[in-house]
Ligand binder design. Sequence first.
Ligand code: LMR
Length: 426
Amino acid sequence: MGSLTANVSLFHGVSYVPPDAIFELTQLYLADQDARKVNLGQGTYKDEQGNPWILPSVRAAKEKIRDANHEYLPILGLTPFRALGTELLYGENSTAVAENRVGTVAACQALSGTGALHLAGAFLYQTLPAQTPVYITKPTWSNHRQVFETIGFEVREFEWYSPKTGRLNLSSILDALSQAPPRSVFVFHASAHNPSGCDPSKEEWQQIASIVKERQLLPLFDSAYLGITSGSYDNDAFAIRYFVDELGLEAVVCASFAKNMGLYGKFRPKLRGGVGERVGHLSIVTKSAGSATAVESRFAQLTRAEISNPPAFGARIAATILGDSELRRQWGRDLATMSSRISGMRKALYEEIERLCTPGDWKPITEQKGMFCVLGLPVEKVLELREKHHIYMADNSRISIAGLNQSNIDYVAAAIDEVVRGYITE
Ligand code: LMR
């Protein structure tokens, strides 16, 4: 045994990890005192005035549950939320649900999308053969690698979006699927790919699914933007339902209600009642009802060990909306409001950039889907936009379209035009 040195901290070898880039960007934006500042960083929906939006369906649901008690939820979460969440994801006529291969079983509440991904990862790491790799798209949401690597997985990348064309790279996706070891895990974005906004068409999803089936790969859907992508939840859940019910595949689905219900979890006293709670839903579709019950028991064990039982408020809001026909219709209208404002802003940004004759191919801005779009600028130009024009976007030049509105769009387009022209003449 080596000798112990007195007064040396057990933690002296801990290396420092820099702060999360996206959360750091929000802090930089908040600290900026310039009146022209524009926040196109973190992906949170904003209304036309640039304010967070409390969905009318959420406001009404909160009224309904205001007398709810503060008791513990069951370990797996609020029972109606689990069932309604599954029905929402897989659709009313799902065979997998009818056969109890998922449904009220193998579905649990999680701490928003990230909590669902982490719980899924912890379960898969316990269950799949050692050395099973997890494939993530390149580029992808900045947290994917971290979630799976901290669990212990080897994480590999495959090109999803081509920076050269600004579009989906289908052949690279199909190659990666064909070459991966059987039973590898593939993390797909169910809709509104983050950051690129490049979603496969239905036919392209079908091509992807057929190789997933042939190679016995395990699809894991990160489903953070269902409903807010096109305005229709059913439409946005196409890939999940196709893999699960048309092809009968096993699948993992990690769903968040942060974006599509505006439940990000922030406290905003000035907005009276802007309190959210992190609410997500994890489900795994298996081949038999027996496996589903066993999977569920693992969810319960992992949840109990990690957080004991999940928070109630967000799940009550979501279950109240999903379980009440009038509130559900209102939520449908809320989704359409958010999605159409975002697509209107895409169009307006594209038209203004075209009007300015900014050099480059800007068409992808209107072709891409969901909250984000990658401008394709080098990091020096992203920093120039931040430092000179007070426009904040992720270092990979991803912009959150939801941060645009009629008051800032011309300013943003003019700044992009200026830095792009400087880039070309440099
Ligand atoms: C984003 O991508 O900006 C959001 O999903 C926020 C986050 O947690 O990174």
